[in-house]
Each structure stands twice: as C-alpha cells, then as structure tokens.
Write a protein that binds this ligand. Structure first.
Ligand code: NAP
Ligand code: 3JN
Length: 346
C-alpha cells in the first residue's frame, strides 16, 4: 500500500486533536504530515506517533506536495484555502459547512453513501456531527422499509462548539458552585449578540438564527440528511439544544417508514448487524445509550426503540455518538480510508 502526504488544518483545535488521534489509532498510511493552524499557534509542538511536529501557519503554499488535507478550522478558512489546496493537487476532506450543500461536492458518510466519493472534484464535505450519527442509524431502516418523515430533537455537548466553549462550561460550573459572579461570553454562539449560561442549563440555540425561525444547525440537519440519503422529498424537522455535557451528542428521533408493520424486534435485529452501529436496547435491564459511555468510541449507539402508540409506521429511538469522532474526526478519516480503498487518491 502507498503512503500519503497528509495535512491537518486546524490541528490545534478540538476536532483537529481528535483527527490526529484517529489517524494514529487507524495507522493511516502517512508518508509526511503537516500540522497547520492560524498564526496564533504557529511554532507550537504537537506529538504524533511519538514524533514531534511543529505547527505551521496555514497558507496556500502549505499545500505544495500534499495529497490529502483534512480541514477543521472553520468555514472561512476552508473557503479560502481548500481551493488553493486542490489547485496544488490535494484532495480535501472538509469538516465545515462551507461546501456541504454545493452540488459539485459529495457530502459523505461512508456507511450511507460511500459511492458518492467517485464524483468528487477535489473537495469532499464531512457532514455536521448531529446529521452524521442520525443518518448512520436511519440508513438501514430507509433501505428496508423506506423513509417518509424524521423529527429529531438533539441534546448536544459543548465540545461541538470548540475548546473555548468547553473551558467556559467548566469555569462557569466552578463559579456557580463556589458562588462567584461570571459573565457568559461564548455560548450559544461566539459571534452572536447575546450569551447565556451553559452550566446547569439547556440552551435551545445552536448556531445563528435564520429568517424562518430555525437555527443554522437545525437547517444543516434537515438539508444534509436529504442530500446524503438522496431523498429531496424526505420530510425532516429538527430542534437543536445545547446541554452542559463535555462530549457526546444524544438525539431523540421519531421516524415514519413507507411500509408499516415492522416490529420493534425486527428493527432491533436489523440495526444489530448494521455497519457502524452498536445496539444498546434492553429496557428490562436499563440498557440504553449514554453520552458518557460513548466518549472515545467510533460507533453510533442506538436504543430505546419503540413503536409509536398511534401510528403503525411510526417509531421512536435514542441515538448517541461521540460528536468529535463519528461526528467529525472519525468520519473524515473514514472518508480518507474509503478514498484509498476506492483507489481515488493519486
Ligand atoms: P476550535 O477548538 O476552536 O479550533 C479551531 C482550529 O482552527 C484551531 O486549530 C485554530 O488554530 C484553527 N484556526 C482558526 N483560525 C484559523 C485560520 N485563520 N487559519 C488556520 N487555522 C485557523 O474549533 P473546533 O471545535 O476544532 O472546530 C473547528 C471547525 O471544525 C469548526 O469551525 C467547524 O467548521 C468544524 N466542526 C465541524 C463539526 C462537524 O459537525 N462535523 C463539529 C465541530 C467543528 P489556532 O490554534 O491557531 O487558533
Ligand atoms: O455545535 C455543534 O455541536 C456542532 C458544531 C459544528 C460547527 C461549529 C461551527 C461551525 C460547524 C459545522 O460543522 O456545522 C460549523 C460550520 O458551519 O462550519
């Protein structure tokens, strides 16, 4: 097997750090590795496979000789630098929303639509974390029973909002427990007008509000799900909520299938052997997925599967995954592995 010249853009961030861990754990075939960030972290030393690497400022020239670049440094960085990387011959796996809805860019979750990679034009988009874990769980159901409608409410961890948000939650928790004053400065969204307490709270806003009253995170889930599943007609509604959990997104998902009548036992059987899924569903023994238990694991955990009490094609379930792994780093590295497997990397 060949070894590849790899760059990680945003290597010092919450996702970038998991990217490096995942590349290391998967023993991805690396000939050379560039760790890129903003000017702020340039010069910082990071360790990969026991070897020290100096972080460099990401510039267009950084991508000379790079074959695969994993981007997680925000949408504006991807918009500015991914085309520069492609110009220099790299394939980019982009973790931001910058290109996800571009019809010329495949939006890929390998368990669902790996074959879409064949149509890439240099950039491949990694979906939003909340979308990824949901479509992994829904794809086997779509394939067997058809899918009409999805209604999802999320319970999202703060690590989805980056390292500063984690720090804010921890500091606020400490301040509240010690009776100190504090001023929220980051959550729900760094760039928005108001900030709210996240410790001991639930914030029904992730990303900025759009004109139709949905947040951008909710619209990402809606639009990305349709694109990944090639189902423009699928009815999807989403409500996204931030909770004071460090890592692990949870989702309460209601679906309606085309064909009714599947039993819960049949659905459990189907999901128990589906790729990337661990079924944890044994109510009698209080077995169900927990955010705290999914941390550090690549799978999507599914449980609490119930038939709707009014509709014979309606089902409820609870879907949990490590948002920084399957939601970001692992899905990106998995895409890179798929590119190697499908012989799409030069
Ligand atoms: P983070 O912890 O705040 O880290 C941000 C990273 O981006 C740092 O490495 C930072 O470098 C780098 N960066 C910032 N500005 C840059 C610039 N101008 N040029 C080059 N690098 C720059 O954030 P995160 O949680 O890792 O998220 C990063 C991005 O990944 C998000 O903005 C989002 O687009 C994407 N993301 C995707 C998902 C998903 O759902 N798939 C989930 C989370 C995040 P410095 O150390 O120099 O500041
Ligand atoms: O908040 C979360 O749990 C996931 C956040 C993802 C995110 C954060 C900042 C910018 C994204 C994303 O990947 O959708 C973006 C973005 O729009 O690129």
């Amino acid at each position: 097997m060949s070894n590849y010249h790899v760059a990680v853009v945003g290597a010092t961030g919450a996702v970038g750090q998991q990217m490096l861990k995942t590349l290391e754990e998967r023993d991805f075939p690396i000939a050379s590795l560039k760790l890129l960030s903003s000017k702020r972290s340039a010069g910082k030393i990071l360790t990969f496979k026991g070897q020290e690497y100096t972080v460099e400022e990401a510039t267009p020239e950084s991508f000379e000789g790079v074959q695969i670049a994993l981007f997680s440094a925000g949408g504006s960085v991807s918009k500015a630098l991914a085309p520069e990387a492609v110009k220099r011959g790299a394939i980019c796996v982009d973790n931001t929303s910058a290109f996800r809805m571009d019809p010329n860019v495949p939006l890929v979750v390998p368990e669902v639509n790996e074959e879409d990679l064949r149509a890439h034009n240099g950039i491949i988009a990694n979906p939003n974390c909340s979308t990824i874990q949901m479509v992994v769980a829904l794809e086997p159901l779509r394939e067997k029973y058809g899918l009409k409608k999805v209604i999802v409410s999320t319970y999202q961890a703060v690590s989805g909002a980056g390292l500063e948000a984690i720090e804010e939650m921890k500091q606020q928790t400490k301040d509240i427990l010690e009776g100190n004053e504090f001023t929220p400065e980051i959550l729900p969204v760094g760039g928005d007008k108001k900030h709210y307490q996240i410790a001991f709270n639930a914030i029904p806003q992730i990303d900025l509000f759009q004109d139709n009253g949905y947040t951008f995170e909710e619209l990402k889930m809606i639009n990305e799900t349709k694109k990944i599943m090639h189902m423009a007609e699928l009815e999807v509604a989403a409500t996204c909520v931030r909770l004071p959990i460090e890592t692990g997104h949870s989702e309460s998902v209601y679906i309606e299938t085309e064909k009714g009548g599947a039993t819960v036992a049949e659905i459990k059987e189907l999901l128990s052997t589906a790729p990337g899924i661990t079924l944890q569903d044994d109510p009698a023994n209080q077995v169900y997925p927990l955010a705290s238990a999914c941390v550090g694991k690549n799978d999507v955990f599914v449980g609490r599967i119930r038939q709707d009490l009014d509709r014979d094609n309606g089902y409820h379930m609870w879907i949990v995954s490590d948002n920084l792994l399957k939601g970001a780093a692992w899905n990106s590295v998995q895409i890179a592995e798929s590119l190697v497997k499908l012989e799409l990397l030069s």
